[in-house]
Write a protein that binds this ligand. Structure first.
Ligand code: G6P
Length: 606
């Protein structure tokens, strides 16, 4: 969490830093700050405030001509949301921004006798004071000495008082990407979206190196002083992909981008209506002889994994375990070399997922990650990677990243079915052909946005809601409930429809909204019986099904129809309704769906 940025170039940097920070706000928006060499002299000025980048912008001078500065957008870990705890932190000769957690900051305070130098409650200020204590005019020696003392994770951008125009960076685990252009100078940030308008080429700053940024050069060296040549990568999207493009929020824009995103994710992976991962360099042998599977992820990515797991286990009889990454990493992994481990992550940086992957790799080399962000840690560390091509997802609540993860899981399922012999070629082709109709089916759902907007007025007054369903609908219910909770703060619980009567039905009372998913024809009559059970207890039922007309209209208060499609693919239609319900409930309550309280998109602390 936290977004950091640095720039040293030929033009005034302040607005570039502020614009970049605004695009990094998805990583945290508790406070924001920048520091710069005033008039490009050895004097470093800091502007920072609790609040958002817009609040920071309001306190920045218009006449700031500095061409070198660093910036930070915070998700609070150590210390509350206050001006003093906002970054950058300045101690003596050192001013820095930090993303990560310094675990041994108490020990550092004692060892370097820092107590009197600290004015905030943050671990970061302790790091700044430690750098300062180790600084005798040589930034490189100072960084080497200091990072060797630090336990934890970090990405630092550091300015030293007697080095105007220069920024020094180093990282362990926490992400940092960088780019240099002759025209605009040296850029660094937690994520490429921060400076995409200046360069589509970038590199991941290698861990345990020191990067020296100047206006006309950028060099990287290892801790022994040996130059490191970074590997440049290119992205195929531009700044417009990271802007709202006329939509009021990123979230609704991203909901609308789903058909195109799904097309991008499946397009190059289908040959003759069969799954083909040749362009991803994933050999078919990865899927041969798989005895069992484990899917590891957090949040929405885990719910996407759930959807794939249920499909694979039910269709092909391969046992699949879905694990929450933060649990998996502290448990005994029951894996063999024939176990296939799939790690799902939009950002590719979620620390628990990354550590779980590392643990899984001690048991099997069959690890495959589904990742959206190119070159991210999880993508680099897994044995194979299948990139989902959602494009940049800025809204904290995941929408398009989820649907492309599900469709990627379905491609993998098809490949597994084929290699295990459980799917005939004809069955597989039929499955893939239906998959190719998904973008159009989703588009139809998106075209009915107005109906959903009207419906959700009722939801805004609710304190509690339930999402129920069976099979794939139950898996989707979990994602639907999470979406509503995270952006509207309405309590939502997902329940397997048949399980409700074993306790939770006690919570159903007059008027409680229940979103009932009944898209699965194989269990349709069963779920309808469960809906009757809640209706009989006064629930306000919003039914999502493929019925053109409901034979007994008394079972629901509102019916949302989705076009007929094979059971396995109904999720792609129904999820649009779940996302819109959450979005309009959030708007109706006056919340900001893009920046829900307490959350951050990229969770790089455990
Ligand atoms: C956070 C985000 C979620 C996301 C989860 C996993 O909680 O708010 O939207 O699903 O992290 O993130 P990842 O980047 O690993 O998919």
């Amino acid at each position: 969490m936290c977004g950091i940025i640095g720039l040293t170039g030929h033009n005034p940097s302040q607005n570039i830093l502020l614009d970049g920070l605004a695009r990094l706000e998805y990583r945290g928006y508790d406070s924001a700050g920048i520091a710069f060499f005033r008039d490009n002299s050895g004097h470093i000025s800091v502007r920072k405030t609790a609040g958002k980048v817009s609040d920071l912008r309001a306190i920045c001078d218009d006449d700031n001509t500095s061409t070198c500065g660093i910036g930070h957008s915070r998700w609070a870990t150590h210390g509350g949301v206050t001006n003093a705890n906002a970054h950058p932190h300045k101690v003596g000769n050192v001013t820095l921004v930090h993303n990560g957690i310094i675990e041994n900051y108490h020990d550092l305070i004692k060892e370097f006798n820092l107590q009197d130098k600290l004015v905030s409650e943050t671990d970061t200020e302790v790091a700044a004071a430690t750098f300062d204590a180790n600084y005798d005019g040589d930034p490189i020696e100072c960084i080497k000495k200091t990072v060797s003392k630090i336990h934890g994770t970090f990405a630092f951008c550091i300015m030293f008082k007697n080095r105007p125009g220069e920024i020094y960076c180093t990282r362990r685990v926490s992400p940092l990407v960088a780019a240099f252009t002759e025209k605009d100078g040296s850029f660094v940030a937690s994520d490429l979206t921060a400076f995409i308008e200046y360069s589509k080429q970038f590199f991941i700053v290698p861990e345990d190196t020191i990067m020296i940024m100047k206006a006309d050069s950028m060099t990287v060296q290892d801790m022994d002083g040996k130059e490191v040549t970074p590997e440049y990568m290119t992205v195929d999207w531009d700044v417009t992909a990271a802007q709202k493009d006329g939509y009021p929020h990123y979230m609704i824009k991203e909901i609308h981008e789903q058909p195109a995103a799904i097309k991008r994710t499946i397009m190059t992976r289908i040959k003759d209506d069969l799954p083909d991962f040749t362009e991803d360099n994933i050999p078919d042998s990865l899927f041969e002889g798989v005895t069992d599977m484990t899917i590891i992820a957090c949040g929405t990515a885990m719910y996407a994994g759930n959807m794939g797991a249920s499909l694979i286990q039910n269709k092909f009889g391969i046992p699949v375990n879905v694990c929450i990454a933060s649990e998996f990493r502290y448990e005994r992994p029951v894996l063999s070399e024939n176990s296939l481990v799939i790690v799902v992550s939009q950002s590719g940086e979620t620390i628990d997922t990354l550590e779980a992957l590392r643990l899984a790799k001690t048991k099997t080399q069959r690890t495959l990650s589904l990742v959206n962000v190119k070159g991210s840690s999880i993508a680099r560390e897994s044995n194979y990677v299948l990139y989902t091509h959602a494009g940049p997802e800025i809204a904290v609540a995941s929408t398009k990243a989820y649907t492309v993860q599900v469709v990627a899981m379905y491609l993998i399922a098809a490949k597994l079915g084929l290699t295990s012999g459980e799917f005939t070629e004809a069955e597989c082709k039929k499955f893939i052909q239906t998959m190719q109709t998904v973008p159009e089916a989703m588009q139809k759902m998106l075209d009915n946005e107005q109906d959903i907007e009207n419906l959700t007025r009722r939801m805004t007054n609710a304190e509690h809601t339930f999402y129920i369903g069976r099979g794939q609908d139950y898996r989707l219910a979990m994602e639907g409930a999470l979406k509503l909770k995270e952006i509207s703060y309405i309590h939502a619980e997902a329940y397997a429809a048949g399980e409700l009567k074993h306790g939770t039905i006690a919570l159903i009372s007059e008027g409680i909204p229940v979103i009932a998913l009944a898209t699965q024809q194989s269990v349709y009559s069963k779920v309808i019986s469960n809906i009757r059970e809640v209706k009989a207890r006064g629930a306000y039922v919003i039914l999502i099904s493929m019925d053109d007309e409901i034979t007994d209209p008394s079972i629901c208060d509102v019916h949302l129809n989705i076009p007929k499609i094979d059971d396995d693919f109904a999720v792609f239609e129904a999820v649009v309704l779940c996302q819109m319900i959450a979005y309009y409930a959030s708007i109706g309550k006056g919340c900001n769906p893009d920046q829900p309280r307490n959350l951050a998109k990229s969770v790089t602390v455990e």
